[in-house]
Design a protein around this ligand. Structure first.
Ligand code: T4K
Length: 383
């Protein structure tokens, strides 16, 4: 493999992602206005404008901005008054998903995933429902939609809430419908590593004006007005610096998605010829956002395992990520739960051992994508 590293090592590191940056002079214009107004946070003018423009762009009615996606998800559960019992969720996600359950005094119950989408497998949910089950917390992993119809049918049958962790799903549509309109509440993340960013940031999409108002109070310490506190809220407010960054990013998002689509097509074309490497396909009728580019490495066919390939790519200055390995169910805080047993989670275990998210962002050069695919092909040939 030494010759691969010698031939293909890139001069500069290539990371799994890179944030889309607005023009510095445009951001500076916003900064000047913030300096003039001295209004830095707490529902400022850019906060209000960002909420309005996001609703327009996403085609949704009720939206609350948040300082980040984790606090948004934490508040989503409080908004639905889910703060005890059990919630069924996926182990194949970022740490934030089960952690918000823990912080809300809820026991996560891990459900296996579907081998085609890597999302929670609806056919496995009902077997996990017990008298104490309050909700299903599903994740649209990599922006690929969950089976929203099947999940809703189960939830309706058992009187459960459905919350979507839509941290990866900005801009995704099923037909003409925003994915954020499914379930009771969807939570987005606008972290710097996300397709769409406000440096740090997030938002909740809810169903009714009433819910939106409750979320607004919970986001601001529970304060309804100067003399009324409706309950134990938290500080989840987005500031004006984040909101202005987000406003500028809204002008860049369509190009970002289409640049990523081209890179994904290039990856798929180049990797199709390499045995042991499999990619996810687009789903008919879905407007994808190309938030991530996951591949599975099947050691028996490819010749080297995922970790071996990861190491060689690293030697070439290419830094993919193993999102999501290890599974959340293996963390010490959850591993003793009965639902965490690997026998209950065969698909999730298998996928997490094979998955690698390759670098993907609009500014990534096509030549670099070709080099990444060449390295993968050479590793296969020499294995
Ligand atoms: N639910 C799900 C399903 C999520 O994936 C996440 C977040 C959340 C909820 C919670 O949302 P937030 O509370 O974060 O809004 C990253 C992100 O920190 C995290 O937001 C994200 N998921 C997760 C999937 O990825 P790390 O630890 O992998 O990030 P880090 O710092 O290693 O960054 C990855 C690469 O990105 C770096 O190697 C280089 C590049 N990068 C990163 C940053 C921060 C940049 O080029 N510029 C930057 O500013 O977690």
């Amino acid at each position: 493999m030494i010759d691969i590293i010698k031939k293909y090592r890139l001069p500069d590191p290539v990371f799994v992602t890179q944030p889309t940056m607005p023009k510095l002079e445009d951001y500076h214009e916003y900064m000047k206005k913030i300096w003039q107004s001295r209004w830095l946070t707490n529902d400022g003018q850019f906060h209000q404008e960002f909420e309005r423009r996001l609703k327009e762009y996403l085609g949704i009615e009720q939206l609350n901005l948040f300082v980040n996606g984790t606090i948004a998800l934490l508040v989503a559960l409080q908004a639905l008054r889910i703060n005890s019992g059990e919630v069924i969720t996926t182990p194949f996600t970022f740490a934030a998903t089960p952690h918000v359950l823990y912080w809300n005094n809820i026991k996560p119950v891990f459900c296996d995933i579907d081998a085609k989408t890597f999302n929670i497998d609806p056919s496995k949910i009902e077997g996990l429902i017990r008298p104490d089950t309050k909700a299903i917390l599903a994740v649209h992993v990599y922006g690929n939609p969950c089976n929203v119809e099947a999940i809703q049918t189960i939830a309706d049958r058992h009187g459960l809430n459905v919350i979507y962790d839509a941290a990866h799903a900005f801009g995704v549509k099923i037909g003409n419908e925003s994915i954020m309109n499914y379930g009771d509440i969807s939570a987005m993340s606008f972290h710097a590593t996300k397709l769409f960013s406000s440096i740090e940031g997030g938002a909740l999409v809810s169903k009714t004006q009433r819910q939106r108002t409750r979320i607004q109070f919970l986001r601001n310490f529970g304060i309804a007005d100067a003399e009324t506190v409706i309950g134990p809220g938290i500080n989840g407010k987005m500031n004006e610096f984040q909101a202005s960054f987000g406003l500028l990013e809204l002008d860049l998002i369509e190009k970002e998605i289409s640049d990523r689509r081209e890179l994904v097509e290039l990856y798929r074309e180049r990797l199709a010829r390499i045995s042991g490497v499999s990619c996810l396909s687009d789903i008919e009728g879905v407007r994808h956002n190309y938030a991530y580019f996951p591949v599975l490495i099947d050691k028996d066919v490819f010749g080297t395992n995922r970790d071996g390939l990861f190491d060689i790519l690293g030697e070439c200055n290419i830094f993919p990520r193993k999102y999501f390995y290890p599974l959340c169910s293996t963390y010490p805080c959850y591993s003793a739960l009965p639902s965490s047993s690997p026998e209950n989670l065969p698909v999730a275990t298998h996928v997490s051992e094979q998955v690698l998210c390759l670098p993907l962002y609009g500014q990534l050069e096509k030549e670099i994508v070709k080099t990444i695919c060449d390295v993968i092909r050479k590793v296969h040939e020499q294995s």
